[in-house]
Design a protein around this ligand. Structure first.
Ligand code: SF4
Ligand code: SF4
Length: 402
């Protein structure tokens, strides 16, 4: 396959043959197409997992098939990984997609919105305006930090820009749970959007910058409520050649530890005693792709919702490893925004079918997709795990803060 990178980089640092992955699909009944969220809403065969794999196989035989249109097929993927969960042959479409996106980024055939997003990211060092502006907006939480703490709370661009109240909620939960945390003066983007768009070198530069800030701060653990941030720090930094050398954990994993969870449970019980007994509320939980399938964190958020927030959990048809994507992961919002919105609507409908009135997730990107979608089914409140827990233990800084 001249010109096409047949060796794709993997998160675990090994490489594999893209074309060989593509060939496997040609002998398969192609049932994964019914789980692929992008194929479900776009209804185009080319963007099914097998459609993408077939194109890779074709490129192996005929290089002239490569074009901007062909490149666009590989940006029609939410990188949700549900096809891998299903695939009997273990075809990793996300790694296939990564390899072809890197080629598109290198030779300039990536879609226009992808190039524009890359330019904005490189200029601003954040997804939503300048990183320094975001830092200013978070100054009100400074008093809740412990200078010199070994735990770094990393909010991430999306939380800082669109859900700053979740920063307050996380820090109040830390206080209640006895976890001392600090934050960086100014948080740069973790680099994941660039990595996902195919701009590997830019992503590595971002990763090196953040890794050096973490090292200078002398931190031992990085905690974030954004699973995309924790995934890239944990899994992709090593693949990009950047060593972080600290433990990286999602907020849910830290709070579900025996000591923090006991402290939060205690605070929730004191609150409950003050409020008087109430009917046990029910909720459903949406597994973010990057927390569940990517990092295997399924139990921690559920145990916090049940044991601390006192919620009765009702699972959706697709949950855990087979949870449907919200449409927000990676590039769908940038390249095919209508498809992303339709994917969110499908997930919201699935949540509504459980009959509960609260949908909880543990990712700011899922929140961005599912909350607007809930406009259609206003009975259903969509909330982040941190805000639900903080409300329960009486630690949320206030609704006006969101
Ligand atoms: S990705 Fe797996 S399940 Fe889907 S068509 Fe290819 S081999 Fe079959
Ligand atoms: S990772 Fe998700 S969006 Fe991409 S091809 Fe597989 S199922 Fe479809």
């Amino acid at each position: 396959m001249s010109g096409t990178r047949t060796e794709g980089g993997r998160a675990d640092g090994k490489s594999f043959d893209l074309a060989a992955q593509g060939r496997i699909c040609s002998l398969c009944p192609n049932m994964c197409r019914f789980l692929c969220p992008v194929a479900a809403v776009r209804k185009v065969e080319t963007v099914t997992p097998r459609g993408k794999a077939t194109l890779v196989g074709g490129l192996g035989r005929d290089e002239t098939l490569w074009s901007e249109e062909a490149a666009g097929v590989f940006y029609n993927c939410a990188t949700c990984k549900i096809c891998l969960e299903w695939c009997p042959s273990g075809v990793d479409l996300v790694e296939v997609t990564r390899g072809l996106r890197e080629r598109a980024a290198l030779d300039g055939s990536a879609p226009g919105p992808v190039k524009a997003l890359r330019e904005r990211l490189v200029a601003d060092r954040s997804l939503y305006g300048q990183a320094s502006e975001l830092a200013r907006s978070l100054r009100r939480y400074r008093e809740m930090l412990t200078p010199g703490a070994k735990v770094l709370y990393f909010a991430g661009c999306s939380t800082a820009a669109l859900h700053p109240g979740l920063v307050g909620a996380a820090l109040r939960l830390f206080e209640t749970a006895g976890v001392k945390a600090a934050m960086l003066e100014s948080e740069p983007c973790c680099g994941l959007p660039l990595d996902l768009l195919g701009y590997r070198e830019d992503a590595a530069t971002f990763a090196a910058g953040l890794a050096s800030a973490v090292r200078e701060g002398g931190f031992e653990t990085v905690v974030s409520g954004c699973p995309m941030c924790t995934y890239v720090l944990k899994e992709r930094y090593p693949a990009l050649g950047v060593s972080l050398e600290v433990e990286v954990r999602h907020l849910a994993e830290v709070l579900a530890g025996p000591v923090p969870a006991a402290a939060l449970r205690g605070a929730a019980r004191i609150r409950e005693a003050g409020d008087g007994p109430g009917a046990r509320r029910r909720a459903t939980y949406h597994d973010p792709c990057y927390l569940g399938r990517y990092q295997g964190v399924y139990d921690a958020p559920r145990s916090l919702l049940a044991d601390v927030a006192g919620l009765g959990l009702v699972e959706m048809d697709g949950s855990g490893g087979l949870a449907a994507c919200c449409g927000g992961a990676a590039t769908t919002v940038t390249v095919v925004p209508d498809a992303a919105t339709a994917i969110a609507g499908r997930r919201l409908d699935e949540a509504a079918r459980t009959g509960v009135d609260l949908l909880v997730t543990a990712c700011p990107h899922c929140l961005d997709m599912l909350r607007p979608a809930a406009g259609k089914a206003s009975r259903l409140r969509v909330a982040d795990l941190a805000e639900v827990l903080a409300e329960r233990v009486g630690a949320f800084p206030g609704r006006g803060d969101r």
